[in-house]
Design a protein around this ligand. Sequence first.
Ligand SMILES: [Zn+2]
Length: 329
Amino acid sequence: MSFSNLVGQDKLRLILARLLNDNRLSHAVLLTGPAGCGKKSWGEALACSLLCSEPVQGEACGYCLSCRQFAGGNHPEYYVMEPDKQRIKIEQVRVMRSGFHLLGGRKVCLIKQAESMTAEASSSLLKVLEDPPVGLYFILLAEQPQQLFETILSRCQRYNLQPLSRVEMKALLADKKGLRGDKASMLARLSRGIPGYAFELAEDQEFDRRREEAENLALSLLAGEDSAYHLLDQAASMAEREDLLSFLDLLCYSFRDGLIMKLCRNEQLLIDPARPSLGEGTATVKELEEIIYLISQTIYELTATNVNRRLLLEKTLILAQRGLIQCRK
Ligand SMILES: [Zn+2]
């Protein structure tokens, strides 16, 4: 399990390989980034490389006994700590500490969701980080690093994982999910560079149906023929959707494709050419821009505030349709 097998993060790959090769890697490394961005894969590849007995330019060879034990999930010098009922507790840190009897060689502890450590667990870990035994390495993974003790942060070499480019994401989807063509392009765009989210969408059996529903709603809003009563009814049923955010994402992307089609005709589009297209309708660039902003704002309010979903969706649908009609007058 080496970095070379992982897609994207070219800068991080170079930095880590160089530090490993020069034996300059800190005894504590913190990998940060949103859920699904690949922290675990990179943390494991780093651990495997640290433990490998015959690394190739810093990276795990993949063939030595250590690498085979690591791949088999039974490496004796590798310890994983993760939340037990949402928190990492002091007992877990104690068990981890007592498990490392350093008799030469390297040992690695991977800490998932490090920010979930209780204050006691953090203090206990800090004691080890302040006076690290030679050969013991910690790899901390965190979505919210600001929740970690400042004293822990200051002792870590910190790297933030970057979103994958569309090209990288398409390569990953082809490799891991066998997806190519339009579907891969669409998921690469919708996933915003987060591999975990792209995989989730790829495995979602309802995705195609949801996509069609979002397109239909976009077309009906543009047509502007729905009565206010119908829009309120639609908002009420949307508010009940468990997949509301994903649905709004697709709605937003449907309009975005219409916009792209108006602005440039050679980009690969989300919308099937055989279907009625938003880009060929009467909506102007300005109208499409405004509606994309409106939906993005709705997604933001749904995720960042405690807003009443139904009222917010009523406002969004009515404003969307009314805005489009008024612009046309
Ligand atoms: Zn090896």
